[in-house]
Design a protein around this ligand. Sequence first.
Ligand code: ADP
Length: 162
Amino acid sequence: MSSIAVYPGSFDPITNGHIGIIKRGLLVFDKLIVAVAINVRKTTLFTVEERVELIREVFRDDSRIEVGSFSGLTVEYTKMVGARVILRGLRAVADFEYELMMANMNKKICPDIETLFMMTGEEHFFINSRSVKEIASLGGPIDFLVPDEVAIALKRKLGVMQ
Ligand code: ADP
């Protein structure tokens, strides 16, 4: 039986930090479903469709990656796609408290679903989507933070010269 995990997040947009977790996740799981969370209370730069499309573009050559979107509970989505594991990345102590709370909450709601954490790689620990957007909007370099497709989409979206 093949092992599947769901990797949920905002991915607004996907960064090299996310990609690091996905690549390492594939060393553990046969298939990963990258799931863009639709959160009406969160203002995002890219629409859900754009975020999904960017992730698809980045992983166009890898059939082990599926990309979807969901609203509602992550555990429900995970069950619905036939997975039993939620994959999350941990960057810093700051992530820990929230992630611990969510993992326990999810376990209470759905005891069959396990949350698995991967520590960020040293080359990615400082990357988050918010900073990437901020740097891009100020015309700073982002090429070492996101793949080319994302850098182009960001500059276009923000109206920054290429
Ligand atoms: P962001 O904080 O970048 O907006 P998301 O909500 O899209 O992140 O995060 C999805 C998942 O990816 C979370 O588990 C988050 O901790 C993880 N993640 C984000 N950036 C990194 C990174 N640089 N290294 C490791 N994990 C990361």
